[in-house]
Design a protein around this ligand. Sequence first.
Ligand SMILES: Nc1ncnc2c1ncn2[C@@H]1O[C@H](COP(=O)(O)OP(=O)(O)OP(=O)(O)O)[C@@H](O)[C@H]1O
Length: 251
Amino acid sequence: MAHSLAGGACPLRCSPFPSSSTAPGATLAAPPRPRRRVLASASSPPAAPAIEGRGVGLSVMTRRGRVLPVLKGCSLSVPQGQLWMLLGPNGCGKSTLLKVVMPTVESDVAFGLGKLNLSLDEVRSRVSKSLDAVGMLSYSQRPIQTLSGGQKQRVAIAGALAEASKVLLLDELTTFLDEHDQMGVIKAIKNAVAADGEVAALWVTHRLEELTYADGAIYMEDGEIIVQGDASTMSRFIKKKQARYFGHFEF
Ligand SMILES: Nc1ncnc2c1ncn2[C@@H]1O[C@H](COP(=O)(O)OP(=O)(O)OP(=O)(O)O)[C@@H](O)[C@H]1O
C-alpha cells in the first residue's frame, strides 16, 4: 500500500470517534442560562455524531487581566455523513469553537483505520505504535489545531504508518517548516523506516542538507534520471556539480 503526503497545509481530517473537548489551557466557565433551540425533523432517525461538544466553555484573559468569556456552554452534534455550517455574526465565537472541537492527534491517526475493519484494541495499538515511531506519542490527546506545522506533518506520517503503508511518497514535506520542525519530520521518517524494516520512503526535496539522512538518492534533469547511488556518492556528485556551476561566475 503506498501513501503520498505533500508539503504545506496538513489535510484536515475529522475524527471517526465522537469526542467532546476543550482547548488546552482554557478556563472552563459556568454555562449561562441556555439560549438555544434545537430544531429537528421528527421523521429523521438520530445518526451517530462524528463531531460532538457538550457544554464547551472557554474564557481568555485580556492584557488588563479581565476574564473574557468567548464560549459559553456550547453543545453541538454533527452526525456522520452530513455537512453542517457554523453561522453567526463576526466575533460570536465560530472560529474558537471550531478550534476546540477539532479531533485529537490520536483520533486523527485512527481516522484512516476506519475502513480496515479492525478491533478497537488493534486500532489503539497501531495508533500508539505509529505515534511513537514519529515521536508524537505524548501528544495523543492534543487537538490537531494546537500543533506546529512540523508536528502536523509527523501526525500525517503516523496516519500513513498506522495504515501499514509500506511505501511513503513524500513531496517537499519540510518546505514551509523552520529548522527545528524540519529536523523533527526527517528524523521521524528515518526512524519509521529503520524501525519497521519493510517501509521504503522516497522524499522529494530541494534541501541538500537533508541528504545527510538518506541512504541513497536519485538526481533528475529535464525529465531524465541522470544518476543514482548511495548517499555519499550522491553528495560528492552534487558538490562537484555545484562547484562547476559556481566556477562559471567570477567573484
Ligand atoms: N486569544 C484571545 N484573546 C482575546 N480575545 C479572543 C481570543 N480568542 C478569541 N477572542 C475573542 O473572542 C471572540 C470570538 O472570536 P472568533 O474568532 O471565534 O469569532 P468568529 O465568530 O469566528 O468571528 P469572525 O466571523 O469575525 O471570523 C472575538 O471577540 C475575539 O476577539
